[in-house]
Design a binder for this molecule. Structure first.
Ligand code: ATP
Ligand code: MG
Length: 131
């Protein structure tokens, strides 16, 4: 069965949004198969977002991801990689549709509360890792 890696970023954890976000995935019908609260190292954050290393916000993004606890999860279900991203909404919360997690719960792109893997390769890599 298809699996994906989803993480609630430090802003989502600090704002107390864990249960709200977990329940949206549960209510959709996906199955939670792994969950762990971790503080990623800066090195881990840089690896995680290595595709974005040329972007001007890369360093700030990695500093932020490693600034506090992150809730790392693996979710399972048919089409969960693509549909999970739909539940999450567009990267920039000012453009995310209402009804999506970012659309309902976030305002700015640098604090968009949640990460979802964008394809089978990244989903498998992250789901298989310790975080
Ligand atoms: P994620 O990988 O976190 O699920 P995404 O796949 O929707 O997000 P990416 O293009 O992979 O979007 O960007 C990764 C993260 O980098 C975004 O979630 C956001 O936190 C940050 N980011 C993207 N664009 C900007 C920007 N213009 N300014 C600041 N931060 C940004
Ligand atoms: Mg991404």
């Amino acid at each position: 069965m298809e699996r994906t890696f989803i993480a609630i970023k430090p802003d989502g954890v600090q704002r107390g949004l864990i249960s709200e976000i977990v329940s949206r995935f549960e209510r959709k019908g996906y199955k939670l198969v792994a969950i762990k609260l971790v503080v990623p190292s800066k090195q881990f954050a840089e690896k995680h977002y290595h595709d974005l290393k040329e972007r001007p916000f890369f360093s700030g993004l990695c500093d932020f991801l490693s600034s506090g606890p992150v809730l790392a999860m693996v979710w399972e279900g048919e089409g969960v990689i693509k549909y999970g991203r739909k539940l999450i909404g567009a990267t920039d919360p000012s453009k995310s549709e209402p009804g999506t997690i970012r659309g309902d719960l976030a305002v700015v792109v640098g604090r968009n509360i949640i990460h979802g893997s964008d394809g089978p390769e990244t989903a498998t890599r992250r789901s298989g890792s310790t975080v």
